[in-house]
Design a binder for this molecule. Structure first.
Ligand SMILES: NC(=O)C1=CN([C@@H]2O[C@H](COP(=O)(O)OP(=O)(O)OC[C@H]3O[C@@H](n4cnc5c(N)ncnc54)[C@H](O)[C@@H]3O)[C@@H](O)[C@H]2O)C=CC1
Ligand SMILES: O=C(CO)COP(=O)(O)O
Length: 304
């Protein structure tokens, strides 16, 4: 039995894929009639597809239940804890140290997947056997699943790109052109690698599906909520107005704040994140954010 927690856009998609592969699937959400206790009682695999803001709440509820140490937790959330900057998988592992934890992340815009369009993703874990099991659950002729042994890198790829996707939306909203977008995405990737490696992830992971792959998807698609936030800010709307009309979470907003604090604390240069932060706080206009990036001190592309 597989239990999917969170019946939003992504959770519903993942449940559909596993169901189509012949697995028994339970879905649980805050609004379902099924209690969480019942939903996870026979679960061999628990897939969490809740937004970052609900993670601690759900984990607290699960903590009180008796779960087998063999139960595999799969995290599909792309965010960072506002208080601790821990990733969802780190929080799952802190709470359930004996259970295998797997992250599932990749260029997976749910609106395309629900139409049956082809996509690929990555499942990563320190427990290779758990990753292989999850790979089998979700692999299909429309969804190609790769395993990976760098869960932190895979998780951070999917999380950090949301900040760049906001900036890419601004870039397109201001009609800055393809050269500007290419520069932004490439330098955004450099920023992701810089903080990711500082936190212990492997550099090469960021050049795979969950890093570069997801950057390409979300920085170019109007289906991305994070991209939409940037695009609409560039169009002159304010953040409250945008969020009131946005379907689902734009995790990049909270991630930007967490990253800004971490980069300041660790003295890590993250100029794109800095400008996205100032823009979200309404401290600068989109055009001023662009100027802020273009007028930085000139420097080598890579610093030793
Ligand atoms: N939609 C997409 O294309 C993709 C989304 N993701 C990630 O998956 C996560 C969920 O995204 P979506 O499904 O699109 O968002 P959504 O807004 O459609 O769904 C979020 C779900 O989390 C649940 N939730 C939030 N707080 C909760 C709490 N305190 N207790 C219980 N449940 C709670 C909501 O009820 C809802 O079912 C996000 O972190 C997102 O970045 C990852 C890949 C693709
Ligand atoms: O992470 C995603 C696709 O891989 C979804 O992006 P948004 O959260 O920006 O919609």
């Amino acid at each position: 039995m597989i239990t999917v927690i969170g019946a939003g856009a992504w959770g519903s998609n993942l449940a559909t894929i596993a169901l189509a592969n012949g697995y028994d699937v339970n879905m649980w959400s805050r609004r379902s009639n099924l209690s969480l206790t019942r939903a996870v009682r026979d679960a061999e695999v628990i897939v969490s597809a809740i937004s970052m803001q609900g993670i601690r709440d759900v984990i607290e509820q699960l903590q009180g239940l008796t779960l087998s140490p063999q139960t595999i937790f799969v995290s599909a959330t792309k965010g960072l804890d506002p208080q601790t900057a821990r990733t969802p998988c780190q929080i799952w592992q802190d709470t359930f140290p004996r259970n295998p934890i797997v992250v599932l992340s990749g260029p997976n815009l749910s609106k395309e997947i629900e139409k049956g369009l082809p996509a690929a993703t990555v499942v990563a874990s320190n427990t290779a056997i758990a990753a292989s099991k999850v790979q089998l659950i979700f692999s299909s002729n429309r969804f190609r699943v790769y395993t990976n042994l760098d869960p932190l890198g895979v998780e951070l790829g999917g999380t950090l790109k949301n900040v760049v996707a906001i900036a890419a939306g601004v870039c397109d909203g201001l009609q800055l052109g393809t050269n500007a977008k290419a520069a932004l995405v490439a330098r955004g990737l450099t920023e992701m690698v810089r903080i990711g490696v500082h936190w212990g992830a492997q550099q090469e992971t960021f050049y795979g599906l969950s890093g570069l792959g997801d950057l390409i998807a979300t920085c170019n698609s109007p289906f991305s909520r994070n991209y939409q936030v940037g695009y609409q800010l560039a169009g002159g709307r304010n953040l409250q107005e945008i969020l009131a009309n946005l379907q689902g979470a734009a995790e990049g907003i909270n991630t930007t704040t967490v990253l800004k604090q971490c980069s300041q604390r660790g003295d890590i240069s993250m100029p794109i994140t800095e400008q996205v932060y100032c823009l979200l706080q309404a401290q600068v206009t989109p055009k001023e954010a662009l100027e802020g990036l273009m007028l930085r001190d000139i420097k080598p592309e890579y610093q030793q």
